[in-house]
Design a protein around this ligand. Structure first.
Ligand code: 8X3
Length: 822
């Protein structure tokens, strides 16, 4: 008999018309938006642009703060029916907002293409199209970050990044991601907001302003605009909150239902108090955090979103006090948490550039909530609230928020047990992040113990130290399977015809041994790294001219100490933790392993035969493809493949060890693809691992789709064997594991999963996440999407509705190995 995960059982119930009801309030909110297509709301962009027209010539940070104040004064405020938490940056339903300062040159094609986009479509009202066309886009023409980046990239690097004849088209060879998100994912110091409130932050800035030396050039040109911006940003968020209070009172006056009237009056009281003042209870703490988070989203397109930080830590004292005095119940906590998840689920991170869209299929989101881990003093940090977060995830079927569980070697058994039970539910939560890998790496990069122990998860799998991290540039994505294709084709790729993009190193048929082939590959590989670093160098230097983040900077100790916006490239005392991405890791490893073994060692295949098979996409060469498919594969604890993986990893680490310094940042190696292994695969023809042309590359540090046949423990061991632990230039390696519900069934299954997690922790692997699902369910959902609308799957550091994904990504998920044993 087929064992179903709880999620699969729930869906079968839904199909049978017996959908279970959750809490009445959260059900009602969810019903209000769950089947709505997101709409583009133009107000943020409109008021931002209006203000920018008025402030030409002033310091950028001041212009930004004035724009935020203008938005706070004019943007429509809403209070959703049934909601307890308020604060939206767009209209009712699911919505996305525009950041024309970033990529406004894509507005024309974006607006035309978005309603039809596969994977994450958006609607826009005709009158809003007119506002964009007539008011917003014309102002930004020639001023956007993307346009200036294109102009600043050297010609040689540009051809790896964009089509030189149409710079709106990405090449997917060495891609940048900075032009579709103005910052990488981020975590604010929410505790500061909750404990201090923005009135105090503002007063401190005013106090400092009053002490500035009027004769000092630095005070006049740097400190004064920075501090004035902090004041303005604080006033803006307070004003925005108070407008919600006024609206709540107004709605209460006309509300017929006495229960809702009372709720609205409470909302008014809460919004009159926070985030201006310190939170006095759990409810105010939640509201204050939410206002801060939402206001930040209007301030910056923090690509992949502002994460929530360690919620079980900074909310705990409020929870504990309220529980002690009897004004809070666990039921109320769960309801408030779910109100936040529902509010979060309505803000959709909108990418108008097609490249941004293809990186973020299924309305990607990463506003991770971190639970567990260790206290700043190095003790286990789990508490009662931690377990309520897990309970909420198990009980409430929603793909928001992204839950990240920190694990360490002394994590309590109950915690691991509940984490495992939550994973078994089947919708991919929580993802796991390993303190035993992260903490020493943060220490090696200059953090104190207290800072390293207190990291929060952000994005797919990153570790942020809210008052120590100062790096905001999004990363480069490098298509190393393309470097392999260029090695086989003298620097060319079939996708780009006869264009000489890479190095011309000659005909590989003339290379007599593996070493010569390997060295040629490494030259192409290093050339890609060089192009990526040139690109990042340009980006890092250009960004402070384009972006400022007054509220985010006001919450950062070092920015306040240095009077500098967080986008400035050097902030004294900061640790700049940036990344570049190894795309298609297993694809390259398996391809090189096949060449080494079959061409040079066993001589069962010549290079010309291999090239012919690849060029024909294996048509008429099935035997060759089978040979290639049966060569050693990464992900099976196979020393032959894993040692190549380790060497490739090392090539990247050596390069960044040598060249990061001159960039002035840590540009660390990361294996985190979001959904970009799909578009990157679309430019790479057939590869020597047996992969067919233009199909997805392998993702993160996972094995190639279907190549891991020795069980999930072997996958962990390959990950371990391919790492270079003696390099500090490492960052996250994202690992997807797909399990059949039968292997985790029952109490025994939970115990095995807990042991697996402990093994993963002992091996010091950075990240792991799970899909617990039957292949048959995925096949049926692809065939009959209407029935499977609520099926949630794990993608790359986030979960999404399966039916929102493109057919390519659905097939990618289906083709991953479903492990049926350990
Ligand atoms: C994955 C998303 O923003 O770090 O973590 O590239 S991002």
């Amino acid at each position: 008999m087929v064992v179903l995960s709880p999620q699969e059982e729930r869906i079968q119930q839904e199909i049978a018309g017996k959908a279970a009801q959750h809490r009445p309030r959260t059900n009602a909110i969810l019903e209000g938006f769950k089947n709505l297509r997101p709409v583009i709301d133009v107000e943020r962009a409109r008021y931002f642009t209006e203000s920018f027209r008025q402030t030409e010539g002033e310091p950028l940070i001041l212009r930004w703060a004035k724009a935020m104040k203008h938005i706070a004064e004019h943007i429509t405020v809403y209070i959703d029916e049934h909601q307890l938490l308020v604060g939206r940056s767009g209209g009712i339903g699911r919505y996305g907002i525009l950041y024309p300062e970033l990529d406004g040159d894509f507005l024309d094609i974006g607006l035309a293409e978005l309603p039809k986009r596969v994977g994450a479509p958006f609607n826009i009202a005709p009158e809003d199209v007119q506002i964009v066309v007539n008011e917003i886009a014309p102002y930004w023409r020639g001023k956007t970050f993307h346009e200036h980046l294109v102009q600043a990239l050297p010609k040689e690097t540009l051809k790896y990044t964009y089509n030189p004849d149409n710079v709106l088209e990405s090449r997917f060879i060495v891609n940048e991601t900075a032009s579709f998100r103005s910052s990488i994912q981020w975590v604010h110091d929410y505790e500061k907001v909750l404990k201090k409130g923005f009135k105090k932050i503002k007063e401190e800035a005013e106090e400092e302003l009053s002490r500035l030396d009027p004769l000092s050039a630095r005070d006049s040109l740097e400190k004064a605009p920075f501090l004035q911006s902090v004041v303005l940003a604080s006033e803006a968020i307070i004003l925005w909150a108070k407008r919600h209070a006024a609206l709540a009172r107004q709605l209460a006056n006309s509300e017929q239902n006495p229960v809702r009237r009372q709720e609205l009056l409470e909302i008014a009281e809460v919004c009159e108090w926070v985030p201006e003042n310190p939170a006095r209870n759990f409810r105010e703490a939640m509201q204050s955090q939410w206002f801060t988070q939402m206001f930040s989203r209007m301030e910056q397109k923090t690509g992949t979103i502002i994460s929530n930080g360690r919620m079980d830590q900074y909310l705990y004292s409020y929870y504990q006090r309220d529980m002690e005095v009897g004004v809070l119940t666990e039921e109320k906590v769960l309801e408030l948490l779910e109100c936040m998840w529902l509010a979060m689920a309505q803000f959709i991170d909108l990418y108008i550039s097609p490249t941004g869209g293809s990186f973020n299929e299924g309305y990607a989101h990463w506003e991770a909530v971190t639970i567990g881990g260790q206290t700043p003093g190095g003790q286990d940090a789990t508490n009662t609230l931690t377990y309520l977060f897990l309970q909420s995830k198990r009980e409430f079927p929603l793909h928001y928020p992204d839950l990240a569980a920190r694990i360490h070697t002394r994590s309590p058994q109950r915690y691991l047990y509940e984490v495992a039970e939550t994973i078994k539910e089947g919708s991919g939560f929580p993802k796991l992040i390993n303190d035993e890998e992260v903490v020493p790496l943060l220490l090696s990069k200059g953090a104190t113990f207290a800072e390293a122990y207190d990291y929060a998860v952000s994005g797919c799998s990153e570790a942020r130290m809210p008052n120590r991290d100062t790096y905001t540039s999004p990363c480069a994505y490098i298509n190393f399977p393309a470097a392999l294709e260029m090695t086989l084709h003298n620097g060319k790729m079939r996708k780009y015809g006869n264009e000489q993009i890479g190095l011309a190193l000659g005909d590989p048929a003339a290379w007599q041994d593996w070493e010569t082939f390997w060295q040629a590959y490494v030259k192409q590989h290093i050339n890609f790294l060089k192009q990526a670093f040139i690109q990042q160098h340009v980006i890092i230097r250009l960004r402070p001219q384009h972006f400022a983040w007054p509220l985010g900077s006001a919450l950062h100790d070092l920015c306040m100490k240095e009077y500098k916006d967080i986008h400035e490239s050097r902030i004294e005392g900061g640790i700049d933790l940036g990344y570049f991405e190894f795309m298609g890791y297993a694809t390259v490893v398996d391809s090189l392993a096949a060449i080494k073994k079959l061409v040079y060692e066993e001589k069962r295949l010549s290079i010309p035969e291999l090239i012919t098979a690849l060029e024909t996409n294996f048509e008429g060469h099935e035997f060759t493809r089978q040979l290639l498919l049966h060569a050693p594969k990464y992900g099976n604890n196979n020393e032959y493949a894993d040692s190549i993986a380790k060497q490739l990893d090392k090539e990247c680490l050596e390069f960044t060890r040598k060249y990061s310094k001159e960039l002035g940042v840590h540009l660390d190696l990361r294996l985190v693809p979001f959904t970009s292994h799909v578009p990157f695969g679309k430019v790479v023809s057939a590869t020597p691992d047996g992969r067919k042309e233009y199909t997805p590359l392998s993702d993160g540090s996972s094995a190639s789709q279907g190549a891991d046949s020795k069980g999930p423990t072997a996958v962990l061991l390959s990950n371990y064997a391919s790492k270079n632990p003696d390099y500090r230039e490492r960052a996250s390696r994202l690992l997807n594991v797909k399990l059949s519900p039968s292997v985790v069934a029952g109490e025994k299954g939970t115990e095995k999963l807990v042991s697996f997690i402990r093994t993963w922790c002992d091996l010091r692997l950075w990240h792991v996440q799970f899909n617990v699902i039957n292949r048959q369910t995925l096949l049926e959902a692809k065939k009959d999407p209407e029935k499977y609308r609520s099926l949630i799957v794990r993608i790359a550091g986030y979960s999404a509705y399966f039916v929102d994904l493109s057919a390519d990504l659905q097939d990618d998920l289906i083709s991953r190995t479903e492990h049926t044993g350990w």
